[in-house]
Design a protein around this ligand. Structure first.
Ligand code: FPP
Length: 229
């Protein structure tokens, strides 16, 4: 959800104004995803590296996450959306951790769609955390090093019970992944747009999904093999 800061700057407003606008757009995108039958929507709300931002901006964002979750959770629940968070919670405030636990507990049985919020998350953090867990199993004699393969390893990552990423949208004009989901996005279709996140709209989202629908996903096979199947 990149571009909030620049959007606000264009309007001669503080960066925090952009984050507020961004959170309103997120509401519309979640609603549209649910209506369209998207099964899992993961949003990058705050990366491990975002902690390097000025303290005032990081703490504003943490407060915003609390406010937005408190404001939205009942509507998310009544729309049968399961809310989950991925990332290093140990560094979050006790209040935010509590808000996360409440949201996850309340919505854990919901089946229509999963809204996954990456907060204090990075793909490299995820892989390193999984590696620690695999190493502990090997050290404990639960797993032989020779038995570690892609499936075994992937089972230790965040959201191992959900499908890998199919489609990856980055707003705001940068052409990079910036340590977002890495392993599970190995075969994701990438979509980059110059539109800044607060200006990204339901119409822009539909345009992106239409482009996704035209992509041929080969997963290493030839185009002919895919067409034949
Ligand atoms: C990146 O834009 C955006 C963020 C670091 C924050 C995104 C958060 C929201 C949209 C609020 C969502 C709320 C919940 C509960 C998930 P940037 O600040 O890097 O923009 P810039 O590149 O223009 O500076």
């Amino acid at each position: 959800m990149d571009g909030n800061g620049r959007w606000a700057k264009q309007k001669k407003k503080p960066r925090t104004f952009g984050h507020q606008a961004g959170s309103r757009l997120l509401h519309a995108i979640v609603e549209e995803s649910n209506n369209l039958g998207v099964r899992v929507l993961t949003v990058f709300a705050f990366s491990s590296e975002n902690w390097k931002r000025p303290e005032q901006e990081s703490s504003f964002l943490m407060g915003l996450f609390i406010k937005v979750m408190q404001r939205e959770i009942n509507e998310l629940h009544s729309n049968h959306i399961q809310v989950r968070f991925i990332g290093d919670r140990s560094v979050l405030s006790e209040t935010l951790q509590q808000v996360i636990r409440n949201a996850e507990d309340l919505t854990s049985e919901n089946q229509k769609m999963v809204l996954q919020i990456a907060l204090s998350y990075s793909g490299q953090w995820d892989i390193a955390t999984a590696a620690r867990s695999v190493a502990a199993k090997v050290a404990g004699g639960e797993l032989a090093a020779a038995d570690i393969d892609e499936q075994q390893f992937a089972a230790e990552l965040s959201f191992a019970d959900l499908p890998d990423v199919d489609f990856f949208i980055r707003t705001g004009g940068e052409l990079r992944i910036s340590n977002f989901i890495l392993w599970q996005a190995a075969y994701a279709e990438l979509y980059f747009t110059d539109v800044l996140w607060p200006d990204f709209s339901v119409a822009e989202y539909r345009k992106a999904l239409q482009e996704y629908a035209l992509r041929q996903r080969r997963f290493g096979r030839t185009g002919e093999q895919v067409s034949a199947s």
